[in-house]
Design a protein around this ligand. Structure first.
Ligand SMILES: *Cc1c(COP(=O)(O)O)cnc(C)c1O
Length: 457
């Protein structure tokens, strides 16, 4: 019998994060200040982030030590298991070998605490008392609530209003861990009040919730802001996933031909693929394919522009060069809330522009179909976001079936879907729909890209 799971001992947990920046063939474009449009310095970011995180954001050191206090918390659920999906392979009747790394065993149920924990730790260490953040479906808010509670920090979460109303359980998780959560747009900030004045029924968006959280941060004492994806330091914290997966694939005696992951801001998948991408960039594994999967309704990498854009609606956050659908874009209400951001991490955008990673967009119904197949073969009920990765994995495995190729596929399983059963019910009762690519809305949103000096265009 071939093995099903590959288990690492606590002692084999990575003790350093991998920073890909020194290994990039071309350096990342700088962030720009939303006011001056000039490159940001550490002093510009200091009102928002802990100094250690600002250093990590632009660090050229290949490996950065994970503080012992952070490792101790990681050990509550890390190392996570890597599985071979024997039953899924059999069901698909594919010669491909399918592996997945399962990040759903953290207390909040996803990969997100991998960065929430160090962010809370560094802020606490630098004397911060309170944090603010935004959350879409609530996975990030609940992860940061879990982390802030462990390090004794207060937390206020601005939760996109549609999700706040649709997904009360994630809010209750945040409250259980001691955080305060309000629906965004809220009356607590000027950005929120402006949005409500323009449209009292505004359903909210991640970009708007970011504006509220940043505004709250810069107008409050001893308060910092935290972002759960997109930024370089966030992606770097997630590289514990890929470093573990590399060891586990070695135990399995395989090296992946294809890596697959779902991307919202890009953190879970980058966390898996960056350590492997090192091999691709160095030429050791030239043929490795890295496939980013996004929703057809929010197709940032496949349909967006590579340009400098605002990270949020109000223009309070830094301007970043990234694939974007325009900061004013409000995506259709698909259930994969974690994938509904208008931009993509600058690091993944850069690698995509350079041709090192690929992207596909998949429709909502097909992702739930894949999620049901996965639940009925491998048992795990997956987050709607993760179902995007499963869809693309099944599609690649079926291509192998057609060609007879025995490819090795590894996908990152970013989290369980236990708080998304209402979405599964809608699918199972035929009430779920696909949303076409909202071309007109994107065209409109892309007209509002900020002007930047010629040398940065
Ligand atoms: C937040 C989330 C995502 C999307 O965020 P990334 O930063 O792209 O990883 C994907 N899956 C799950 C389960 C999430 O909670």
């Amino acid at each position: 019998m071939e093995k099903t799971k590959f288990i690492l001992d606590e002692k084999q947990m990575p003790t350093q994060w991998y920073n890909i920046q020194p290994d990039l063939p071309v350096p990342l474009p700088p962030y720009l200040h939303p006011g001056t449009k000039q490159p940001l310095g550490p002093a510009d970011l200091a009102p928002l982030f802990a100094m250690e995180l600002i250093k990590q954001e632009v660090s050229q050191e290949r490996y950065i030590d994970i503080p012992e206090e952070v490792q101790e918390v990681y050990k509550l659920w890390r190392p996570t298991n890597l599985f071979r999906a024997h039953r899924l392979e059999k069901f698909l009747d594919t010669p491909a070998k399918i592996y997945y790394k399962y990040e759903g065993t953290s207390p909040p149920g996803s990969h997100k605490p991998n960065t929430a924990i160090p962010q809370a730790y560094y802020n606490k260490k630098e004397g911060i008392k309170r944090m603010t953040t935004e959350t879409g479906a609530g996975q990030w808010g609940s992860s940061l609530a879990f982390a802030c509670n462990l390090f004794g920090l207060e937390l206020k979460v601005y939760m996109v209003k549609v999700s706040y109303n649709q997904k009360p359980y994630r809010r209750i998780m945040m409250e259980t861990w001691g955080a305060k959560c309000v629906a965004s747009p809220s009356k607590d900030t000027k950005s929120g009040r402006d949005a409500l004045a323009a449209d009292p029924n505004c359903p909210g968006s991640l970009g708007l919730a970011i504006s509220e959280a940043v505004e709250d941060c810069v107008t409050s004492k001893n308060t910092h802001y935290s972002l759960g994806s997109v930024l370089n330091h966030v992606l770097m914290h997630q590289t514990v996933i890929g470093q573990e997966a590399m060891k586990q694939m070695e135990m399995a005696g395989d090296y992946p031909d294809i890596l697959i992951g779902c991307v919202g801001g890009g953190s879970n998948f980058a966390g898996m693929f960056l350590p492997f991408a090192k091999d691709k960039l160095s030429g050791k594994k030239k043929n490795l394919r890295i496939i980013n999967v996004e929703p057809e309704s929010c197709p940032t990498l496949t349909k967006g522009l590579y340009a400098y854009d605002l990270g949020d609606v109000a223009g309070m956050a830094p301007i970043a060069k990234m694939f974007t659908l325009g900061h004013g874009f409000m995506p259709p209400p698909v259930h994969a809330g974690g994938l509904r951001y208008h931009g993509m991490s600058p690091l993944i955008s850069h690698l995509h522009k350079l041709g090192f990673v690929e992207a596909v967009a998949v429709p909502q119904l097909a992702t739930f179909e894949a999620g049901i197949t996965f639940a009925r073969t491998e048992g795990i009920i997956s987050a709607p976001e993760t179902c995007h990765a499963i869809r693309a994995t099944i599609d690649e495995a079926l291509k192998c079936k057609a060609t007879g190729e025995k490819k090795v596929i590894l996908f990152n399983h970013s989290g369980h879907g236990h708080f998304d059963m209402a979405a599964y019910e809608q699918y199972l009762t035929g009430k779920l729909q696909d949303y076409a690519y909202p071309e007109d809305l994107v065209k409109k949103a892309l007209k509002d890209l900020p002007e930047v000096p010629a040398e940065y265009r």
